[in-house]
Ligand binder design. Sequence first.
Ligand SMILES: O=C(O)CCC(=O)C(=O)O
Ligand SMILES: [Mn+2]
Length: 198
Amino acid sequence: MPYSQNLAPVDGELYLIKQFYSYTEADSLFQQLLTELAWQEESIFLYGRWVKVPRLMCWYGDKDASYQYSHVVHQPLPWIESLKTIQQQVENISGYRFNSVLGNLYRDGNDSMGCHADDEPELGKNPVIASLSLGDSRLLKFKHQQQKITLDVPLEHGDLLIMAGALQNYWQHSVPKTRLKKSARINLTFRTIFSSSR
Ligand SMILES: O=C(O)CCC(=O)C(=O)O
Ligand SMILES: [Mn+2]
């Protein structure tokens, strides 16, 4: 990949493009997405009961890009102009195509995402995920599943992170809670969902 060196020491590919959007571009995208996207509080079924997810979420994409996790089938909302524009720019720089995007809104330092790998069958064998960060900075923590290796990647306003190769098969990642004073952060993960009919 021409855009950055691989940050993953083993087992996968991780490319960080700092300031993919300039501060001024990122400012206006953040405001636009904060108001335009259909942010919702979601619940997941965990250990026999429904638990609120500690962040707001939304899901946009092509009609056939439905996504199942934790016993819930998520039907994507149809693309809106602002997301389409970002999708095209992310496709242009990465050389990959994406048919859906998951939005996460971390309202403050109490919002978080638990340790996971994006390895659902719908994402295929070696999922490529392009992740755009806007708003306040947060730490994305990677943990190798077999070896004692960790990697902390600070993600800032306008940064684009690309996860590829075998990364999701060997590493888990999380956005932990923090006691530091944090304002809102939006993260968009562009993905390719292979529908079960294909
Ligand atoms: O917010 C982030 O940077 C990570 C989001 C993520 O891991 C996901 O949506 O699967
Ligand atoms: Mn993830």
